[in-house]
Design a protein around this ligand. Structure first.
Ligand SMILES: [Zn+2]
Length: 205
């Protein structure tokens, strides 16, 4: 069961189909792991994602998700854990096209995902004990853990958890699992520092 979910505003934008493809793929990956957000997504789609997307920041109470889920829970069939495909990727990502792996720093590998729209996305593998690269945000960034786990100032993130950081990472997320942490990450705008920043500029993203 996931403990970190997308915000109501992000889920509403996903349901309305207004998230750029890369970000939508990260949300779709979380939905694969999270029956609560799958239910919420269906409710939002049924009630008009566009309307909710427009109203979400002002109109939704903090407990909106809890209240809607309480109303829909009884109608839900029992959920079974969804499968991870043989390639090691959950179904939403198994259909995506990827580039090659890039060894971008010690203990860090990046594999870009081919997506359209203004966001860019990919898989990030970080070795145990290593930190994610320091970076700042110019827009929405979403990361969903596929395997392993990391910790940052807001808590611990394991498989299926989604991170939606606000502002810059003063303390970069650090992998605390015994195995490498694999995440799918998408961002509208990110300012990498150091080596990854050089690669980012070299690749023109
Ligand atoms: Zn969720």
């Amino acid at each position: 069961m996931s403990t970190h979910h997308p915000t109501d505003a992000t889920l509403a934008a996903y349901a309305a189909g207004t998230l750029p493809e890369g970000l939508a793929m990260v949300v779709a990956t979380h939905l694969h792991f999270c029956p609560d957000c799958r239910r919420m997504d269906r409710v939002m789609e049924a009630t008009g994602g566009n309307l909710l997307s427009d109203l979400a920041p002002a109109a939704m109470a903090p407990d909106a998700l809890t209240r809607v889920l309480a109303r829909t829970a009884e109608a839900e069939p029992p959920e079974r854990p969804a499968p991870i495909l043989q390639s090691g990727l959950p179904p939403p990502l198994a259909r995506c096209e990827f580039g090659r792996w890039w060894p971008v720093a010690p203990g860090l590998r990046w594999r870009p995902m081919k997506v359209s729209g203004r966001a860019w996305a990919g898989l990030l593998v970080v070795a145990p004990g290593r930190s994610m690269p320091k970076h700042g945000h110019d827009g929405l960034e979403l990361a969903c853990v596929l395997r392993g786990s990391f910790v940052d100032a807001s808590g611990r993130y394991g498989a299926g958890d989604i991170a939606e950081p606000e502002g810059d990472h003063d303390i970069p997320p650090r992998v605390d699992s015994d195995d490498p942490c694999v995440c799918v990450i998408a961002t509208e705008g990110v300012r990498m520092r150091g080596l990854l920043g050089s690669i980012q500029r070299m690749l023109g993203r």
